[in-house]
Write a protein that binds this ligand. Sequence first.
Ligand code: NAP
Length: 334
Amino acid sequence: MTARVLDGLKIRDEIFAELRRQAVDLYLQQHVRAGLAAVLVGDDPASQLYVKSKIEACHHLGLASWMHTPSASSTTDDLLKLVDDLNRDYRVDGILIQLPLPKQVDTKRVLEAVDPAKDVDGFHPINLGKLVSNRPGLVACTPAGCMEILRRNQIPIEGANAVVLGRSDIVGKPMALLLMHANATVTICHSKTRDLPDVVRRADIVVAAMGKAGYVAADWIKPGAAVIDVGTNKVTDPAEATALLKNFPRRLEKFHAKGSVLIGDVHPDAINAAGALTPVPGGVGPMTITMLMSNTIKAAKLRRGDSTAPPSPSPDTQKDTAQQNTTPSAAGAR
Ligand code: NAP
């Protein structure tokens, strides 16, 4: 039997429609236009593309956005100063530091300098701590997106055996915590886990976030299990692509035309074993930006829970600055 495909693009559109309504309500009720400041250091083409799509998503939802592009030679101190300015700028609800930062920069220090109330990536230790203790806060976007995929497809989580492959701070650990808070029984696996196939075979829900193309074999998947494939691995080796896609001639043809293909951590043949599965691409990928937008609106709401907060400028006033690479002025700072 072929698995139900868990379409991330469809869920993104659904959530975007909800977020657009929330953005309008926020403006009508509180005169607030939620805004995201993106910091893109240097000129890495992949990072430029990611930030561009995040800014486009803001435009699409009517959120304000600012793009800051410090040079590749920026120091830790330069970036700490910029983060400090953004922390103080009242108009900015979310701060996104596009990774990776240049080698000379202390990434941890820069990320930890972001005001936890504006940490829309959910990377700050304060937000991780809130997640551990199941208190409201900003949750890392990719795992939050995986939960949306499960919930919006009515995949039962409570009481399920969930296996998370990977224990990174940005995907594996927060994913495991979110599943645990949703009352799954969670096993976290990593590179030292013994008998991985046997552990995976017991899972009703598998979340794969390892960064290894097609590593999770189809016969590891319990028949009917839900599989969330976070991995996005670019395969360029023809022999590897042929081995992975031997049962998918159309995808293989595309690989030969293009010279590369995106493969998840789960072998493509798992489509014939799982009950439900996220495709790569088009599954988890679109959810990351979606949840970044959701976190920006959430941060705007949480911050305005403060009754002393001054009103934001109207959307029209902000429009003039939103598309420019401006450093927000201290005038709006509190
Ligand atoms: P990461 O920091 O490299 O972590 C990889 C994790 O996988 C580690 O915990 C590692 O274990 C574990 N691992 C590696 N080999 C293993 C093996 N043979 N058996 C069991 N566990 C193994 O990666 P990440 O940042 O979490 O990302 C994981 C994947 O998700 C990557 O492909 C990344 O591109 C993708 N990703 C996608 C999105 C999206 O939007 N779709 C977002 C973020 C990440 P150890 O801890 O023991 O080393």
